[in-house]
Design a protein around this ligand. Sequence first.
Ligand code: KPL
Length: 297
Amino acid sequence: MKITVLGCGALGQIWLSALDQQGHEVQGWLRVPQPYCSVNVIDLDGQVINKTYIANDPLFLAESELLLVTLKAWQVSEAVRNLQTLLPQHCPILLLHNGMGTIDELKSLPQPILQGITTHAAKRDGTVIIHVANGITHIGPGTPESASLSELADTLHHALPDVAWHNHMASTSWQKLAVNCVINPLTVIYDCRNGDLLSYRDEISRLCEEIATVMEREGQHTSRDSLVDYVLAIIDSTAANTSSMLQDIRSQRRTEIEYITGYLLRRARAQGITTPENSRLYELVKRKEQDYERERI
Ligand code: KPL
């Protein structure tokens, strides 16, 4: 397949090299236009992959059979809209990021949109991307036109396993949102690794209670206790991780809070539910973000 990967950060580089190794024709697309992009990845076996791919080629884009978007949630809408007119109308757009809300922003586009969530973990060490943990990528339809694209899961699975297709992504997306609403802001507030959150069980429980209430109203069958169990299991399996939000805060980058807790709060407001614990964390993360954004002005 001919595939354009929009966003050449850690996840983008891992996908570019995996798809290339599987024999797909790939190009990267960068915000600052340049004709080449470099991939510098240490894979799970410790093998170093150092390659250069073409980038930002509009002709390649016009022939692409998949646009894989690995940008941060807050970058997605604008970047995809900028490319949309160059992209064939039948070319699926697969969004792979934390949080929810981007599908609502893009659903008027003619291209079929797919939603994806991944548990692969990667970290940047200087100019090198280290693929630290294997994971599962869940994909499924984000708009009705993409419901028939399940074979894409097989194609992607051969490049970077595991990839699972879900006809209904809402349940998977909400579960992941719940995890990110708890782990990401708490690691920022306590400036700690995921595993250290085991000391804050009461807070986790209060957050999950609010999240479960919103999810139930959104038609997701869940409970505080099942969410707590799920979140604790993820804390345990990612104990050594520095959450993506804490990495963003430490590097003074914009976080995905608007698409994680922000999305939860918008749904809660629409349902007339109050969420004081989640609102408090939202405000605290926003304040940290604003502190360094103000310094830049
Ligand atoms: O998705 C994650 C993130 O850091 O964004 C978790 C699951 C919390 C793992 O670190």
